[in-house]
Design a protein around this ligand. Sequence first.
Ligand SMILES: *Cc1c(COP(=O)(O)O)cnc(C)c1O
Length: 407
Amino acid sequence: MVRINENYVKLPESYLFSEIARRVAAYKAANPKADVISLGIGDVTRPLTPSVVEALHRAVDEQAVAATFRGYGPEQGYDFLRRTIIEHDFAPRGVKLEADEVFISDGAKSDLGNFGDILGVDNVVALTDPVYPVYVDSNVMGGRAGELTDAGWSRIVYLPCLQERGFIPALPETRPDVIYLCYPNNPTGTTLTRSELKLWVDYALQNGSLILFDAAYEAFITGEDVPHSIYEIEGARKVAVEFRSFSKTAGFTGLRCGCTVVPKELTVKVDGREVSLNKLWNRRQCTKFNGTAYIVQRAAEAIYSPEGRREVRENVDYYMNNAAIIREGFRGHGFEVFGGQDAPYIWLRTPKGFTSWGFFDRMLDECNVVATPGVGFGPSGEGFVRLTAFGERQRVEEAIERIKTKL
Ligand SMILES: *Cc1c(COP(=O)(O)O)cnc(C)c1O
């Protein structure tokens, strides 16, 4: 008889986005003339930039000619891209990396989900609450979550991110083996300063924990004191893996490219022997992954040309201007708002007496504007909604206008 991985059966249906879609569809059915604007979209709306498109065309032409055709590439990614990433994203921040510490991926989500392949089932995992659901679900699939109870998964250590602490989690009271951190944060849009992140690196060094650091929103940072990479913190190379993505920055959500940094100093003791996570991850990738498409890697490289960098900056500025419009719009209307300064997410406190879903319904009914209920990202998200800055400017302005006149 075929046995399945029964951990998959433990996973509840992902409720959040299907429930949002259901409520929006019901509203539209009852109000066919309503013009609904979403401030909840998690995908970008700006197209690929000219430099990227040009690089794609060039690479396609290379693939069309025997002399320049490329078949299987290195599983870890082409050297030209690994070196370009190091030169532009890490070296200027004083982070020295070698090319074989950077693994090119088809996006951060795959690697964040797959990294558990090389981690034991017995590890205790700590997650912030609210959280990006991929960290939770992939650990359920990997058998590290225990059982689902009213208080969440029995083996997961939850780190509440509360308003009174500026949404910064406190260090755990019980020692976890693996800690997921995402900064700038999705969903709260908040971030950690250098000294705040250092507390976590020091904790991991003292307790022998591994930090899985999701830096997908690094390019949105504006604050001087906010680290772009965890390796800007001394000692982080011994305790942290960093995941990066071109998705939100350069519009690669459909094209698919990112990278994962696994420093060689990152080792774990097995039977008294130091085992390198870099080697294990390399082994895993060589067996289960056949590399990111050549044309996509050329497109990613193009982001780093002088033109490409200017274009990406324009994209990021566009979204961050949206963020400012949303943030100031709600704030000016008497709301408590957080985030939106170093991240394309705004975390909005619901007015007194409104739950996340209650306020979702009110915004939909009265303004025809869609938000994402904060409680959908974890219990500590109750009493908040998440707004995203990925929309088109005119629609964002229209949404804020409705909030001001109708709410
Ligand atoms: C969007 C996002 C990613 C990026 O995912 P890709 O697979 O690279 O598109 C990673 N982490 C978080 C928290 C995100 O919101």
